[in-house]
Design a protein around this ligand. Structure first.
Ligand SMILES: Cc1cc2nc3c(=O)[nH]c(=O)nc-3n(C[C@H](O)[C@H](O)[C@H](O)COP(=O)(O)OP(=O)(O)OC[C@H]3O[C@@H](n4cnc5c(N)ncnc54)[C@H](O)[C@@H]3O)c2cc1C
Length: 461
């Protein structure tokens, strides 16, 4: 049986584009777990949409389960596999096909690396505003299928807001091509939306057209220390009001997290000392370098005078700018300091964040097995991340921690996943963000697209 699969796939993609008979063990399911060999029947690397379609036609006929591998950076177990499953890896479908300056669009195959696309747009003075720590590994297919967020959602929206066109292969091999560059299209259902944020459960994305923005000609950044959460919100409002639409990042980090990011176990130097309760990273993207810098600098000074901010540092060079944002982005520094790291990505209404995080942190530290609690996040979007380190990784310990983080969400109208998705790890908590009827409708959609449940089975619900 397995030999038939290998023979059929080899016919479709050629011998050099398939790993099997032990060679698949060179691969892994996550970029942070490269020492754990992949369990799967084989890994196949298609080179074209047509090949993806042929593979899925075969798998559909043979009831073969398939797991899609992009850049393997997701944080919800979405790319984990079992030994009876086939992996389709999009690595070789990585062409950036066009940057269209007039339409302000970029077209790429789904295996293109996000950072390469950002660079390709920048070469033409255009901005692909997605920005997050994994951009050097994440593939655009994975980014779209998880509707990734990141550091500039506040100004530019989630990935969904940038997708104009998608080509995808359905679980039965049908190719659905909706590759338009137009912003407006109300001719019936907007089918591309089904593939955005559905974590590869409804189809394999093969090609994407994204909307670009004019590249800003100035980027100014600061890091500030703040005493109370109340003042964090006041500073957000003050900057938003006075930066005339150029505020593009407002990221919050709690004191313990800042200490860990800039302390002995890190290669990053602290731009501010570590005495403040909250650290905010501010970014303004504009069109007048000198004026924009001065405007942000003056607003920070005014905030200090108004006693909203305790202290602040402006990035005065490209190098300082990168260092400041590395402190926010390089969360692998935190993961390295947290044994059996458990990650969270929740939404909470902005005014409630300070109190809820304080309460959750106190409750977590009361658990005898919790060692580290790191909190930080996209506070302007109401999105907080935790990385929690612990002494062991038993199901009971994981569950006790989940309960503390997820328990308050239903009551306050929050979400178990602001941006990372549900994958395998958060399935049990989907009901805290979604009603029974919503989950039922999701299941009906899954059945309609994938009647045999062969594509990314078991993800989301
Ligand atoms: C250091 C770090 C920082 C991060 N920061 C953020 C952040 O700020 N915001 C955020 O939203 N996320 C963040 N993430 C999570 C992750 O980077 C994003 O979810 C990313 O978009 C996943 O892309 P990927 O190519 O790695 O996808 P993968 O991890 O390979 O896959 C993710 C899911 O999509 C499916 N999939 C992959 N490719 C396709 C395809 N072509 N068609 C259909 N389904 C597909 C997979 O089966 C899986 O279910 C971060 C991760 C890391 C490691």
């Amino acid at each position: 049986m397995k030999q038939n699969l290998i023979n059929s796939l080899t016919e479709i993609v050629g011998e050099v584009n398939i790993l099997h008979s032990g060679a698949e063990k060179e691969r892994f399911t996550h970029i942070w777990k490269t020492d754990i060999p992949l369990e799967a029947k084989a890994v196949v690397f298609p080179n074209s949409t047509e090949q993806v379609s042929q593979i899925m036609k075969y798998c559909h006929r043979e009831n073969q389960e398939v797991i899609i591998h992009g850049g393997l950076t997701n944080l919800v177990g979405g790319t984990e596999t079992e030994s009876n499953q086939l992996v389709i890896a999009l690595d070789k479908m990585n062409a950036i096909q066009e940057v269209d300056v007039q339409s302000k669009t970029i077209t790429a195959q789904s295996g293109a690396i996000l950072e390469h696309m950002i660079d390709a747009a920048a070469e033409k003075q255009l901005l692909l505003p997605m920005s997050f720590g994994s951009k050097g590994s994440a593939q655009i297919g994975g980014v779209v299928s998880t509707n990734a967020g990141g550091l500039r959602v506040f100004r530019y929206g989630m990935t969904r807001q940038m997708v104009l066109g998608i080509e995808a292969v359905l679980p039965d091999g049908t190719i659905i091509s909706s590759l338009k560059k137009t912003i407006k299209d109300n001719s019936g259902y907007d089918l591309k939306q089904f593939f955005i944020g559905s974590e590869g459960t409804l189809g394999i994305i093969t090609k994407i057209i994204l909307r670009l923005s004019e590249a800003p000609s100035s980027r100014s950044s600061a890091i500030v220390g703040i005493k109370t959460y109340d003042n964090v919100i006041k500073v957000l409002k003050f900057l938003e009001k006075n930066l005339a639409g150029t505020l593009s990042g407002f990221e919050l980090m709690w004191q313990d997290t800042y200490k860990a990011m800039t302390g002995e176990s890190s290669h990053l130097n602290p731009p501010l000392n570590s005495e403040y309760n909250y650290y905010v990273f501010v970014e303004s993207l504009g069109s007048q370098p000198k004026e924009d810098y001065s405007r942000l600098e003056n607003l920070i000074s005014e905030s200090i005078e108004m006693e909203l901010i305790q202290d602040g540092v402006m990035a005065q060079s490209e190098r300082e700018l990168n260092t400041i944002w590395q402190i926010r982005e390089d969360v692998s520094i935190l993961a390295a300091q947290a044994n059996y790291d458990q990650h969270f990505d929740i939404s909470i209404p902005i005014p409630l964040i300070g109190e809820l995080v304080k309460k959750a942190t106190e409750e977590l530290y009361k658990l005898p097995f919790v060692e580290r609690v790191f909190s930080f996040g996209h506070v302007a979007d109401g999105n907080i991340h935790y990385i929690i380190g612990k002494k062991d990784n038993t199901p009971e310990i994981i569950e006790a921690i989940n309960q503390i983080i997820y328990k308050p969400l239903k009551e306050v109208g929050g979400s178990v996943s602001a941006e990372h998705g549900i994958g395998l790890h958060k399935k049990a908590y989907l009901h805290t963000s979604r009603s029974k009827e919503e989950i039922e409708l999701m299941k009906i959609l899954k059945k309609t697209f994938d009647s045999k449940n062969i594509l990314n089975p078991g993800r989301i619900f």
